[in-house]
Design a protein around this ligand. Sequence first.
Ligand SMILES: C[S@@+](CC[C@H](N)C(=O)[O-])C[C@H]1O[C@@H](n2cnc3c(N)ncnc32)[C@H](O)[C@@H]1O
Length: 475
Amino acid sequence: MAGSEVRCALSLVNHKGLTHDIWCAKKDLFSRFQLDPHPGSLPPSARELRVSLVPVTSVGEKSIRHAISERGPITFAEFMEAALYDPDGYYSRRSRTGAEGDYFTAPHAHPAFGALLAVQVWRSWQALGRPREFTVVEMGAGDGLLASDITAYARRLGPEFVASLRYLALDRAVPPATAYPVMSFPLAGGRAEGGAQSGEAETGPPLPAGVTGCVISNELLDAMPVHRFVIAGTQVRELFVALDGERFVETPGAPSSPEIEERVGPFVAALPDGFRGEVNTGIRPWAEQVSHVLARGFVLTFDYGHDRAALYSPERSAGTLRTYYRHTLGQDPFRRLGDQDMTAHVDFTAVDESMISVGFNRLAYSTQREVLGGLGLDDMVERLRSAGLSQADVDANRAGMLELVKPEGMGGFKVAVHGRGVPAGGIFGLAGKAGEMEELPLPLLQDFKPRHRISAAAHTSAASLPTWEELFSDR
Ligand SMILES: C[S@@+](CC[C@H](N)C(=O)[O-])C[C@H]1O[C@@H](n2cnc3c(N)ncnc32)[C@H](O)[C@@H]1O
C-alpha cells in the first residue's frame, strides 16, 4: 500500500518522561520542527524523539479507513487480511523472500529441505502401496522453490515414482517470478488476486478432490489473518482496529467469534491481566479443505508455533504477532502497511483438533530438527566432506544445511503429521536407515535453482538491513 501522501507522528519525550504527540505532513517534518533525524540533534528539552510515518493514500489503506468510518472498528483479522492480501497489500506487491526480500523460509536456506521432503513423499508413496497416481498438493507455495526442489529431487528417486507423481503448487498471491508453476488459488476463505473466491481457482483446473497422496505446507498457517485479544480481569476482550484521527489504534470489545473464547477461556485464570494473544480462526476451514482434497494419505504441516498451553502461557504475555521488513523484526502492525509482512505463531492444538474433527489421525508432532535428522540430514552434512567439493562449497552447503536445524531458529519449528487410510506406525521419516540414505544423491546448492541463500551470513549482512532513508521513505 504505497502512499504518496505521508503523515508523521512525532513523539517528543522530555526529561520528565512526558510525551508530546505531534502530527504533521512529512514534507513539513524537518522544516517545521527544525529537526535533523540524526542522533545529537534533538531539541535541548527532548530526551527522546520517536517518529512514525503513516502513508494515507493507498487504495487498500483507504478501503480500511473507509470500512472503519462506515462500520466502526473492524477485527484485526480484517485489517491483516487487507494489509497482506488486498491488491496493493504486502503479498501482492513485494518480493518477499530471499536476500532482497523480508525473510527467509526453509526452502531458501538449502535444497536439502526439499530433497528430504521428496524422500518423505517417496516413502509415503511406498507405504501406500506405490499407487499409479500419487498427488502432492502444496498449499501456500509462495515462489514455488520448495515445489521445484521436491520435484527435482524426486526425479532421482526412480522412474516409477516420478511417473506416478502429480505435484500441484497453490497460493492465493502468486509472486511474478516463480521457480515452479504456482496456481493462483485462495484457500480457506481467502480471495485470490484476480478476485476468485475460496474453492475456485483463478486459472487452471479446480482443486482436486479425493486424491491419494500428501498435502504439504511450509509457513502457510502463520500467514493467515488472526484475531487479537487481551485478558481484562477474568474476561477475554477482542482487540479491534479503530481510528483516532489519522492513526490506527486498538480498541477492546466483545469477541466477534465464539471460537476466540472457546480457545482462550480455559487459560484465562492462569494468565496475567493485560495478557495479549492471537486466534487464527482460519485453521478449521483450512482443515476442511485439506479433507476435501485428500481421501487417503499424509498431511505435513511445517510452521512455527506451539501447543495451545504453551502459546497462551505467561511467558508469551505480549502475544506472538510480529512484522518483518528487510529482515528486521518488529511488533507494530500499523506501520508500513503493505510493505511489511505480518505473522503470528500457530496454535498446533487447533491444527490437531481441526484435523481430527475432519477424520484424520495424528501421526507425529515433532520439530523440524528431529524430522530432518530422522530423514537423513545429519548423514548429508557428514558426506559433504568426502564429496570432492572445494572447501568454499563444503562451507556454503554445510552452513545452509545446518541453518535448517538450528535449535534457536528453524530447527525449533514444529512439524505436525496427520494421516487417513494409512498403515499404522513408522513411515514418517523416520524409519530413516543410514545405509539407504547413502545411496541417495547429495542435494547441493550449485545443482539446484540459484534462489537459495548462498551463505549463512547473507541475511544478517549490513547490506540487507534498511537504511535510515529507507525506513523513513514513503515506501
Ligand atoms: C510465509 S509465506 C511461505 C511461502 C512458502 N511456503 C515458503 O516456504 O517460502 C506464506 C504463503 O502462504 C500464502 N497464503 C496465505 N494464506 C493463504 C490462503 N488462504 N490460500 C492460499 N495461500 C495462502 C501466502 O500468499 C504466502 O505466499
